[in-house]
Design a protein around this ligand. Sequence first.
Ligand SMILES: C[S@@+](CC[C@H](N)C(=O)[O-])C[C@H]1O[C@@H](n2cnc3c(N)ncnc32)[C@H](O)[C@@H]1O
Length: 295
Amino acid sequence: MAKRTSSRPTPRPFLKWAGGKRALMDDIMQRIPDGPIELFVEPFLGGGAVFLDLARQGRIKRAILNDRNPELVHTWRTVQREPDALIEAVQQWAVDSETYYHVRDELEPAALSPIDRAARVLWLNRTCFNGLYRKNRKGKFNVPFGKYKRVNLADAENIRAVSAALRDVTIHDFDFESIMLMAGRDAVVYCDPPYVPVSKTSSFNNYDGLPFGMPEQARLAEAFSALEEQGAFGILSNSWTEETLELYERHGLFIDQVFARRNINSKAGKRGPVPEVMVTTRPWQTAAPRVANIR
Ligand SMILES: C[S@@+](CC[C@H](N)C(=O)[O-])C[C@H]1O[C@@H](n2cnc3c(N)ncnc32)[C@H](O)[C@@H]1O
């Protein structure tokens, strides 16, 4: 992956994705060891904000990206391989409510050409309410029309910049566990899973109609704590709940409290800073107390 030069456009997320990490980027970057990264692994890719920030800094030599959502992964791969065809295809549908529900409900992804299938994901992401990705029990994307006055369907320069950042990158659509096993010596692994809900109704953590409940959270905590033995450095975000703390304290990992401004809650009053956990497999700063006792 080439180093950034001043004339080269810098890659930014091309999708709005629930749990996008902009609000926590400084906290994340502080914890990642300085210098070039031999292998960067992101098992829960989503909009890929952390990968793209590191790519923008020119620090990644090789990367493995992954998300269990096949539509999302297909779109990333299309950006990687055919950015110009995608930029053209996303302009094909008029932005109005009638077209929105036609594209959403009547265009079956499997029946579309590979380019149109990715264009549909990008188009729906830009035109739907709040950039949410949510499916109903039947596996159908069910977010309503966003009614935006102006929609930028594709920032062509950015999509080309993301495509360039993906040159030496492998993108999978597996479950996170097999991906984490690929992280050997000198790998940096950033995990941003669906969060442990802070209450029964409050949290948005259903990205693809498949559950990510406590058994998956426990499986993740095991895989995460194994990274140290694999020789990799791990960093993980999750919600600040008793359950999360129990999962990670049990493994003797390094836990800090950080604050993020979340905007996935549709009630404006609930968008203030919320505490989250940030876990690392090793101490990330020699001067800091290691396990913060802040409950
Ligand atoms: C919090 S989001 C990641 C957001 C991302 N960090 C960003 O900046 O946009 C969590 C992602 O995990 C994916 N996911 C859910 N279950 C998974 C699993 N078992 N294995 C891999 N990915 C999974 C979801 O599809 C979703 O995109």
